[in-house]
Ligand binder design. Structure first.
Ligand code: ZN
Length: 370
C-alpha cells in the first residue's frame, strides 16, 4: 500500500473506532465511514462493523467520480428495481480495492472529505415520530437556515437515498465546513472538512437532539472520555464498553471489588487481565498506578458503581463482558476460592495458543499501526 493511502486508512480506522464504540450513536454492524482523496474514496466495506475497520481489514477504495457521474444521470429518474440493480453494478465497477463497498457509498460520494453515517438513538427517537419533520425544523431551525442541516424523507438505503441527497444539494458538494442529513426513520449522515469538525459537529447536534427529548446518554458518552484517558496513559485507540448487564450490576452490589480481583481460570486471565481496576476519584492516577504495576491496560474498570470493559475494539469488549460475568458467578458462594498460582499465570501469559484465540477479532500487527 502506498504511504498516502496508508495514512488515510489509519485516519478512517480512528474515525470509525471513535464512533463505533458509542452505543448512543451506533449499534451492531450499522453505520459507515468514509474519507475522500482527490477522485477516490475510502469507505467501510459492507458486512463489517465500524469497530472492525483496521489497516488490514474492512475497507474498500472506490473511484468516486464514477459514482458522482452516475448520480447526475439518475437525478431525475424514478428509482425502480431495475435501477437499484444497475446501481449495484456501478458500485462494483467503481471498486479499486477491497470487498463490497457499503450500500451507502453513493450517498457519501457527493459529500465532504470526511463522512460518517450513524443511527443515533436520540435522533431516531425523533425521526420515527409522525410529526418528525416539524420537530426537526423547530429544534434545528438555525442550522437548517444556515444549510448545515437537511431533512430527508424516508427512502430505501442505496441509490434512492443518495439521489435525494444529491438533489437537496443541487448536485454540488456542500458549501459549509460541516453539514448533516437527518434521515427519516433511519439515522443521520454527517460530513465535514476535517475529522475534528466531524466529531464536534456530530456530538453537538446529537446533544441538541437529546436535550429536546430530555434524555441523558452521558453514561455512553463517558466511554469516549475513558478511552481519551487511556490514550493519555499511553494505551492508544482502545474502545470502552459501558455495562448495562443486570446480572453483573447485581453481583457488584454484593461483592467487595478488591476481593474478586484474581483470575480463577485461564479465560478470565486472557479476557479480564491480571487484575481488575477500581477507581473512585482520579481515573488518571488509577491508570498510572495500574500501568506501573501490571505493565498493561486494565480490561475491567469500575468507576464508582459503574463497570466498563476495555479492548482493542467494541466487539472484543463485549466478549470481556461475557467472561467477566462468568468470573462473578465463579466468585459467588461463601466457600474460599482457589486462584491460579503465580507460576500458572506466568505460563499462560507466555503461551501462544491461548493468545491466538483472540486473533479472531484483532491482530497484534494491526494494533501497532493504528
Ligand atoms: Zn443506516
Amino acid at each position: 500500500m502506498v504511504k498516502k493511502d496508508k495514512n488515510i486508512v489509519i485516519n478512517l480506522a480512528k474515525l470509525s473506532k471513535y464512533f463505533g464504540q458509542r452505543y448512543d450513536l451506533i449499534q451492531a454492524a450499522g453505520g459507515n465511514s468514509s474519507i475522500k482523496l482527490n477522485k477516490q474514496m475510502f469507505i467501510k466495506s459492507s458486512g463489517y462493523s465500524l469497530a472492525e475497520l483496521s489497516i488490514s481489514n474492512g475497507y474498500s477504495k472506490v473511484n468516486n467520480q464514477i459514482l458522482v457521474d452516475y448520480l447526475s444521470r439518475v437525478k431525475n429518474k424514478k428509482i425502480s428495481r431495475y435501477e437499484e440493480d444497475r446501481s449495484f453494478k456501478i458500485l462494483k465497477n467503481s471498486l479499486l480495492y477491497g470487498g463490497n463497498p457499503s450500500i451507502e457509498t453513493l450517498a457519501h460520494s457527493i459529500l465532504k472529505k470526511y463522512t460518517i453515517h450513524l443511527h443515533p438513538i436520540a435522533f431516531n427517537m425523533i425521526t420515527v415520530q409522525k410529526n418528525s419533520n416539524l420537530k426537526i425544523n423547530k429544534i434545528f431551525k438555525r442550522e437548517i437556515d444556515l444549510n448545515q442541516i437537511y431533512y430527508i424523507e424516508y427512502k430505501t438505503p442505496g441509490v434512492a437515498l443518495a439521489k435525494e441527497i444529491f438533489n437537496k444539494l443541487n448536485g454540488k458538494p456542500p458549501k459549509n465546513n460541516e453539514c448533516c442529513f437527518i434521515l427519516e426513520n433511519h439515522g443521520i449522515i454527517t460530513s465535514a472538512s476535517s475529522i475534528n469538525k466531524l466529531i464536534t459537529f456530530t456530538e453537538l447536534i446529537t446533544q441538541k437532539a437529546e436535550k429536546s427529548l430530555n434524555v441523558n446518554f452521558e453514561r455512553y458518552k463517558k466511554t469516549t472520555k475513558i478511552s481519551n484517558e487511556l490514550d493519555l496513559a499511553g494505551f492508544k485507540n482502545m474502545s470502552v464498553l459501558y455495562s448495562e448487564d443486570l446480572i453483573i450490576n447485581d453481583f457488584l452490589k454484593k461483592f467487595n471489588f478488591s476481593k474478586i480481583n484474581e483470575p480463577l481460570n485461564p479465560d478470565s486471565l486472557l479476557y479480564c487481565g491480571l487484575s481488575l481496576m477500581g477507581s473512585n476519584s482520579n481515573l488518571k492516577r488509577s491508570l498510572e498506578k495500574y500501568k506501573y504495576k501490571y505493565k498493561s491496560y486494565p480490561r475491567v474498570i469500575k468507576i464508582k458503581d459503574k463497570i466498563y470493559f476495555v479492548a482493542e475494539n467494541i466487539l472484543k469488549a463485549k466478549e470481556i463482558e461475557d467472561v467477566f460475568k462468568s468470573h462473578l458467578y465463579l466468585y459467588s458462594g461463601a466457600s474460599e476460592k482457589r486462584s491460579l498460582s503465580k507460576d500458572d499465570i506466568k505460563r499462560l501469559e507466555s503461551y501462544n495458543p491461548q493468545k491466538n484465540r483472540l486473533r479472531f477479532w484483532f491482530d497484534y500487527e494491526g494494533k501497532k499501526e493504528i
